[in-house]
Design a protein around this ligand. Structure first.
Ligand code: ZN
Length: 113
């Protein structure tokens, strides 16, 4: 069973959570002032990385709160979870070895995209 570490409740089974899409997608301040292409990009264009991905999750069958997570899309491991409004933590890209990922240490760099 995959355990998801809710930043409010601690580790809980994955069946308690719902995926909410990519994290850190900011709504344009004045949508009527941007082009149709820019609005379409905001609505539909998302990254699809092979590796670390910042995502929004909701603890539907728990505290009900939204939070952000950095998940590795190959190993499906949650590398970090953090509250909405907090910056994405700096995480070193894990090195995959024999089908599993080891969690890197915080500090150097962070994003891979
Ligand atoms: Zn929770």
């Amino acid at each position: 069973m995959l355990l998801v570490p809710c930043p409010y409740c601690g580790p809980r089974p994955e069946i308690e959570f719902a995926y909410g899409g990519e994290a850190h997608i900011a709504r344009p301040a004045n949508p009527s002032a941007i082009s149709d292409e820019a609005w379409a990009d905001f609505l539909y264009m998302r990254t699809n990385p092979k590796g670390m991905h910042a995502e929004r999750w909701r603890h539907v069958h728990g505290c009900g709160r939204f939070f952000n997570a950095v998940r590795h899309t190959i190993s499906d491991r949650f590398l970090a979870t953090y509250k909405v409004g907090e910056p994405r933590p700096a995480i070193v890209e894990p090195v995959l070895a024999q089908g599993s990922a080891s969690v890197g240490t915080a500090g150097a760099g962070g994003e891979s995209s």
